[in-house]
Design a protein around this ligand. Structure first.
Ligand code: TYM
Length: 344
């Protein structure tokens, strides 16, 4: 074949769809931070990529004192329903439970063996979470190896997540590179995908702390949860901590005001100048009212779809069973390669 022909053959072949893996831990209720930092990003980019969206239920066991079996099972299904309610097409994308696939903990063991202790000791999430519980299980410590397995089993190119997961994605790359170096090429090195605005939504009651599911369970004004009715959304946002001024410019605003401005920006997609023009110099009441309205309008269709999905008996179980089958084909193939390379 002459060069020109090779070129045209190369250009006419459809490019491989990039692969995405991401997930949510089903502890507590999902909040607007999870939606903006992760779920809405997944939905927005779903047609561009081949997507695996996992419910990380094995990760939920890392603080076993908080777990009740019945509640975890219900919570996993709630998360699956919220994926779909947030606009993720369950036919086109693979939605599955982590615990349905033994390949995840199997590969996690292998990866744990190639992960130096020091790498895990540096993880900020371990430091924060281990401070919140009296007896720290080793699962909390080795959690990042399981997360690396989640990602590497699918040979993911991209991992769309909030800013708080950046360290986990970087560590996954390091673990993959170390395995490939020790045993031979097995894993693709993934990259994180983060929103430029909205990758770190802050708590309404304390805008210096990231909005989190655990704080949302303890404090009613901390977060807006995806299933909150409009009156609760209103109460939470209208009581958000701001400051005593009227500065509504992205670069100069205090953390609480900036959080509200960014929420407004990411949910309306309006340019910053326009937003500043509307709210700068006004009391913060008008900004809070506008953010309340856009959050309520964002949640309305999600809540309607959620009600529909959860009222269909058997729907989620069937969906998760078929998701596990589709995910398993890929995961088992990668695991087989890792086993072959390690001699297991
Ligand atoms: P989790 O359940 O804590 O969070 C789920 C997703 O929501 C994002 N997020 C936020 N984004 C913006 N602002 C916030 N305040 C905020 N809080 C949370 C998170 O960054 C995440 O994208 N370890 C993961 C679950 C997991 C996973 C994986 C993720 C397990 N295996 C493999 C990706 C790939 C976790 O606990 O996320």
């Amino acid at each position: 074949m002459v060069e020109g022909q090779i070129e045209s053959a190369q250009t006419s072949a459809p490019p491989r769809k990039k692969i995405v893996l991401s997930g949510v831990q089903p502890t507590g209720v999902l909040h607007i931070g999870n939606y903006i930092g992760a779920l809405s990003l997944w939905a927005q980019q779903q047609h561009e990529f081949k997507n695996y969206f996992m419910i990380a239920d094995m990760h939920a066991l890392t603080i076993p004192e908080n777990i009740k079996a019945k509640e975890l099972r219900a919570s996993s299904r709630r998360v699956a329903a919220l994926y779909i309610a947030s606009g993720i097409d369950p036919e086109e994308n693979v939605i599955f439970l982590q615990s349905a696939l033994p390949a995840h903990p199997y590969l996690a063991w292998i990866l744990g063996c190639v992960t130096p202790m020091g790498w895990l000791e540096r993880m900020t999430q371990f430091k924060t979470k281990s401070g919140q519980t009296e007896s720290v299980g080793t699962g909390l410590f080795t959690y990042p190896a399981l997360q690396a397995a989640d990602i590497l089993l699918y040979q993911a190119d991209y991992v769309p997540v909030g800013e708080d997961q950046r360290q986990h994605v970087e560590l996954t790359r390091d673990i993959a590179a170390r395995f490939n170096h020790l045993f031979g090429k097995c894993f693709r090195l993934p990259e994180g995908l983060y929103r430029s605005t909205g990758a770190r939504v802050m708590g309404f009651d304390d805008p210096t702390a990231k909005m989190s599911k655990s704080l949302a369970e303890q404090r009613s004004g901390h977060a807006v949860n995806l299933l909150d009715p409009p009156n609760v959304v209103k109460k939470t946002i209208m009581s958000a901590v701001t400051d005593s001024g009227n500065e509504a410019r992205f670069e100069h605003a205090s953390p609480g005001v900036r959080n509200l401005l960014e929420l407004y920006e990411v949910l309306t997609k309006e340019p910053r100048e326009q937003i500043e023009g509307r709210f700068h110099g006004q009391g913060y009441g008008s900004l809070k009212k506008a953010v309340t309205e856009v959050v309520v309008e964002t949640l309305r269709p999600i809540q309607e779809r959620y009600q529909q999905i959860t009222s269909e008996p058997g729907y989620l179980d069937d969906l998760l069973a078929s998701g596990a089958e589709r995910a398993g084909e890929v995961a088992n193939r990668t695991l087989a390669k890792a086993r072959q390379l390690t001699g297991l």
